[in-house]
Design a protein around this ligand. Structure first.
Ligand SMILES: NC(=O)c1ccc[n+]([C@@H]2O[C@H](COP(=O)([O-])OP(=O)(O)OC[C@H]3O[C@@H](n4cnc5c(N)ncnc54)[C@H](O)[C@@H]3O)[C@@H](O)[C@H]2O)c1
Length: 276
């Protein structure tokens, strides 16, 4: 068998939120590490430089190429400088992963107007600000790939109405951007991670909750940032050259089942796990 060429060889990527909010591997960190392992040169953008530095150390340890850029992607000026840095450092821009996002639990009665605005700004507007700097640069070299990180919370209720609303907006934004920029060979897709175990959610978890989250989906296993990262590798690569405007759930099948029909199965698994 001939040796496989790295899937992102020659490409330059920006990953926003390329650090992790705690110890371990988040979605952005995993995507950045996997991109570099597949031959991309990666700009690791994060408002906390030291978090992105950790990602850079992982990449450098594996012989990959990456550099840190401190940016708050809620600022258009920072987004402009971030894209300029990618071009200055590596000469082009092929891939943008809009990964930054914050969660907010509760109903519309539970959140203040300021909290609502903040979630929309961080989860949706950042993608607009970063993308509109990236698109003209991608156009110059014949195209590119943008990957927006949504959530299965954007596809169904999640007891997190501000978050769910923002993640549903990301899906609408992805489809519109895909249509708008397809003629420039810029593909825009979105990943909807399910109940993955990452530093973002780890502080809210105990063993019982982790098990319930695992058993909620047909595959019955726990997902990690790596699962999201591999989906991003595919969507960023030329293997996906004819794929645009899709929402790819990475969720162990969580969104294909209905709780009422699935409940007995989940219960069975639960009993087995308990030795029953
Ligand atoms: N973990 C899950 O269970 C889960 C599930 C579905 C979707 N998601 C989505 O995945 C994405 C993030 O995943 P992660 O695991 O990388 O999260 P994370 O919280 O571990 O890391 C996000 C990084 O973004 C940085 N950041 C936050 N605000 C920023 C800003 N304004 N500018 C620049 N950097 C900023 C933080 O410093 C942090 O290093 C989010 O969009 C989230 O909604 C996560």
């Amino acid at each position: 068998m001939p040796e496989r060429r790295p899937r992102l060889e020659g490409k330059v990527a920006i990953v926003t939120g390329a650090g992790s909010s705690g110890a371990g591997i988040g979605n952005g960190k995993a995507a950045a590490v996997l991109f570099a392992s597949e031959g991309a040169r990666v700009v690791l953008a994060d408002m906390h430089e030291e978090r992105a530095e950790e990602t850079r150390a992982l990449i450098r340890g594996e012989g990959g190429e990456a550099s840190v850029f401190r940016a708050d992607v809620t600022s258009e000026a920072d987004c402009r400088r971030m894209v300029a840095a990618a071009v200055e450092r590596y000469g082009r821009l092929d891939i943008l992963v809009n990964n930054v996002g914050i969660s907010k639990r509760g109903s519309i009665l539970d959140v203040t107007e300021e909290e609502w605005d903040r979630v929309m700004a961080v989860n949706v507007k950042t993608m607009v600000l970063a993308s509109r700097q990236a698109i003209p640069v991608m156009k110059e070299t014949g195209g590119g790939a943008i990957i927006n990180i949504s959530s299965t919370a954007g596809l169904r209720a999640h007891h997190s109405t501000p978050y769910s609303t923002s993640k549903a907006a990301v899906i609408g934004l992805t489809m519109s951007m895909a249509a708008d920029h397809g003629p420039d060979n810029i593909r825009v897709n979105c990943i909807a991670p399910g109940l993955v175990y990452t530093p973002m959610v780890a502080p809210r978890m105990d063993e019982g909750l982790r098990r319930r989250r695992r058993e909620a989906a047909p595959l019955g296993t726990e997902g990690t940032g790596w699962d999201v990262g591999w989906a991003a590798v595919y969507l960023a690569s030329d293997e996906a050259r004819w794929v645009t405007g899709v929402v790819l759930p990475v969720d162990a099948g969580l969104t294909i089942i209905s709780p009422i029909t699935y409940e007995p199965l989940a219960q069975q698994t639960w009993d087995q796990a308990a030795g029953g």
